[in-house]
Design a protein around this ligand. Sequence first.
Ligand SMILES: *Cc1c(COP(=O)(O)O)cnc(C)c1O
Length: 497
Amino acid sequence: MFYKSTRNSEVKISSAEAIVQGISADGGLFVPSEIPSITMDEIVSLGDMSYAERAAYVFKKFLTDFTDAELKFCTESAYNDKSFRTADITEISHLFDGTYILELWHGPTCAFKDMALQILPYLLTTSLKKTGINKKVVILVATSGDTGKAALEGFKDVEGTSIMVFYPQDGVSAMQKRQMATQEGKNVTVCAMNGNFDDCQNGVKAVFTNEEIKQKLSDGGMMFSSANSINWGRLAPQIIYYISAYAELVKDGEINAGDKINIVVPTGNFGNILAAYYAKNMGMPVNKLICASNANNVLTDFINTGIYDRNRKFITTVSPSMDILISSNLERLLYIMCGENDAQIREWFGKLASEGRYEVTDDVKAKLRADFAAGCCDDVQTKACIKEIYDKYSYTLDTHTAVAVKVYEDYKKATGDMTKTVIASTASPYKFSTAVLEAIEGTAGDMDEFDKVEKLHQVSGYDVPKSLAELKDKDIRFTGVIGRDEMKDFVLKSLSL
Ligand SMILES: *Cc1c(COP(=O)(O)O)cnc(C)c1O
C-alpha cells in the first residue's frame, strides 16, 4: 500500500512519509491507495484483545511500512491506563434502548482528540526515523479548542519536535482557554488570534505552503508538519475505535456479529465521521452514518443537496469545536466518491477557494445519500437535549455530543429506523460547564470556572477529571493575541528565523 494526494494521483509515498509531511505540497490530502478489508471473524477476534492490541492490528493494514515491533511500541506507549482513565481506553454507556454512547474522552485532555493525539507523536517520531529525516519537526496547529490542547499534551517535550498552537480568541470555552494558556513543556507555544477557526486554519495552511518560509525553515534544519486531522496519522487512529466498539458490542451480546449499526458523529472538520466511513468500507457493517452539525450547518446542506456553500454567517455556538465552515476532510471523502479523479477535486476545491461554493455530480450526490444522513440543531435545541437526557436517564452530555443525540432523535422520528446506534461522544461535560449548567439548572450563576466545575460535579455526580481540577493552581504562561495577517511573522519570530 502507498499513499497519494487527493489533488495529484501520481504522488506515491509511504505512510511514514505521509505522516511526516502532513499535507501534500499540491495542497491535497494524503489517502491510502486502497481501503484494506477486515472480515467479521477478524472483528470478532478483536474482542479478546486489549485496546493497544486492537489498534496495532488495524494499523498494520494501513501503515504497511511499519514493523510489528514499531506498531507495538507506538500503540502500547499511547494506549495505557497512565494516560487514559482505564486500560479500556474508550467506554460504552448504554443510554436507552439500542442506543450506545461511545465515550472517547477519557484521555488526558478530556476530549476525543486524545485518541489520535496521544499516538501521533509516536507515529511521527517513528516515521522520521524510518524516512531518515534528520530535521526538527515544527508542528503547526489551528484549533477550535480541543485539538490544540490534545496536541500540546501529546507533543510536549517530545524530542526533535516543537509545537505551535493558534486558537480563535473568542471561539473557545473558558476551560479550553485555561488548558492551553497553562500548558507546560519546553517546546510549546500557544497564541490566540483575532478571528474565527476558519481564519486560524487558513492562516496555518498559508504558512505551511509558503515557499519562502519553508526555505528559511529548511536552512535552519527544521520542517513543518501538522497535527490537524488533515494528517493521515490523525485519521488512522480514529478508524480503530469504531471497529473496537463494534467488537465490544458483539462481545457483550448487544449485537450479533454481522448486524448493521448506525453511527452518529457530531461533526466539524469531518475527520471523525470520515474515520467511521473508512471503517464501513473496510467491512464493518454500517447502515447509516449520521452527520450532526450545530447552527454552522454547511455539512447538513451539503449532504442533503450536494451543494457546498460556505457563503454564510459564521455562528459562535455552545459547541465551539464544531464551529467550522470549511470541513477539510470532506476532500478525502469526495476523492473516493468521485472515483479518485484528482482533476475533479482540483476543480471543486479551487471553486471553494475562489467562490466559496461548489456542486458535486449527480453520481456523487447519490453516493452521499446512500451512506449518510445529516441534520443540525441550534443552541436552544442543544441545551434542551442536555436537559432531557439528564432528566430521563441521569446522563450528563457535553454540548457537542448533545448535538449528535438531538440530530439522532430527529432522524429516528423522521425515518422510523430502529437499527442499533452508536453515538460518538466527543468531550467531557466538564470542558463546557457553563453551557451544561445553563441547560440543566437554567443558569450557570456568576461563578468562576472551577466553582462551576464543582457545581457540575454535584449536579452530574461524575468524578471531576484530575487533569482539569489541577489547572486551577497552574500558572498562566501564554497571553499573546495576534491579528489575522500576523501569523507568518509570529511563526518566524518564534522560531528565531
Ligand atoms: C473536534 C471536535 C469535534 C469535531 O470533530 P471533527 O473530526 O472535526 O469532525 C466534535 N466534538 C468535539 C468535542 C471536538 O473536539
